[in-house]
Design a protein around this ligand. Structure first.
Ligand code: SF4
Ligand code: SF4
Ligand code: FES
Length: 318
């Protein structure tokens, strides 16, 4: 099978260090993976191509890159599954949202820095245990998927918030945080949740689901982030913009059947937060000028009582 690869190249040491695409053509089999193709290029065609790989079995997490615009492991992506039907090349690019070093190699230091920021180790209280602390199996089952994270960075590569805000802790670090918050042997939940509740933490996720889509190990980072939000609220840590926003959103829909966009920012930031209120003025002006200002008198939709019934049912656990 003839396969074309269009690979994004970048060499910081070249005299003209600009990122560009280079095309290669290979003869591959139906069983070949993208990584097989890249290794063949490096070994047989162009020894200057730089990439990371090790296990070739979706274990080490080192071969994450963008394949046709979406992050994934080159070693568990079969060429046949990503080969465009019209004969155009497979597009290979380095993972996103991390600094580029060379060709398909990115700098993982910002990734590890964020993982370290969530204190990824158990913090038990009291005396050191005399023997190993064995957690009941049923208490650990919900951590099985999250513990299978191989730190490949695919989720970070394609996180839509990290595209615009590099300070966001990001899906991998937050999934790692959940792994410890959810561990019965850990006694630091309050301080962990407090840290995660701050800006750049759990409330900055926009729930785009991209991290769930690209994770090769079923970790579902976004679901872990939502679980951390629930845990923070249950722990009474509600004085953040994010938790106030979530409450204001559901209160509005419960009350009138739809969102009161005028009150939402006031309730989320707190009406006495003068700085935030002043910051909202340009947005208000733009909304007014573009005919998007929400109605001053927010009316319930017909049938709002049915929406309330749904809320009541959910809240009563029925
Ligand atoms: S769901 Fe949240 S964490 Fe996941 S990719 Fe989207 S914004 Fe990032
Ligand atoms: S959560 Fe999934 S995509 Fe993200 S680093 Fe872990 S294994 Fe990779
Ligand atoms: S080479 Fe190890 S995960 Fe792909």
């Amino acid at each position: 099978m003839e396969v074309k690869f269009n690979i994004r190249r970048y060499n910081p040491e070249s005299t003209n260090a600009v990122s560009h695409f280079q095309e290669y053509q290979l003869d591959m089999t139906n069983a070949s993976t993208v990584l097989d193709g890249l290794i063949e290029i490096r070994e047989e065609v162009d020894g200057t191509l730089s990439l990371r790989c090790s296990c070739r079995s979706a274990i080490c997490g080192s071969c994450a890159m963008r394949i046709n615009g979406q992050a994934g492991l080159a070693c568990n992506t079969k060429i046949i599954d990503v080969l465009p039907k019209d004969g155009s090349p497979i597009i290979i690019e380095p993972a996103g949202n991390l600094p580029l070093i060379k060709d398909l190699i990115v700098d993982f230091e910002p990734f590890w820095e964020k993982v370290r920021a969530v204190d990824p180790w158990l913090k038990p209280e009291g005396e050191e245990p005399e023997a190993e602390y064995l957690a009941p199996n049923e208490d650990m089952l919900h951590l099985a998927e999250v513990m299978s994270c191989i730190m490949c960075g695919s989720c970070v590569s394609d996180c839509t918030v990290l595209e615009v805000d590099q300070d966001f802790l990001g899906p991998a670090a937050l999934a790692k945080a959940y792994r410890f918050v959810g561990d019965p042997r850990d006694d630091a939940n309050d301080s962990r949740l407090k840290m995660l509740n701050e800006s750049n933490g759990i409330w900055d996720c926009t729930r785009c689901m991209q991290c769930i889509e690209v994770c090769p190990k079923g970790v579902a980072p976004m679901d872990r982030i939502m679980a951390l939000r629930d845990k923070a609220m249950e722990a009474g840590q509600k004085s953040t913009n994010g938790s106030r926003h979530a409450n204001a959103f559901s209160d509005s829909v419960k009350h009138s059947g739809w969102l009161d966009e005028l009150k939402l920012p006031l309730k989320s930031f707190g009406i006495f937060n003068i700085k935030a209120m002043i910051g909202l003025i340009p947005l208000g002006i733009r909304a007014q000028l573009n005919g998007k200002r929400p109605p001053i008198f927010h009316k319930s939709i017909p049938g709002a009582k049915n929406v309330r019934k749904i809320f009541d049912k959910v809240e009563s656990g029925k």
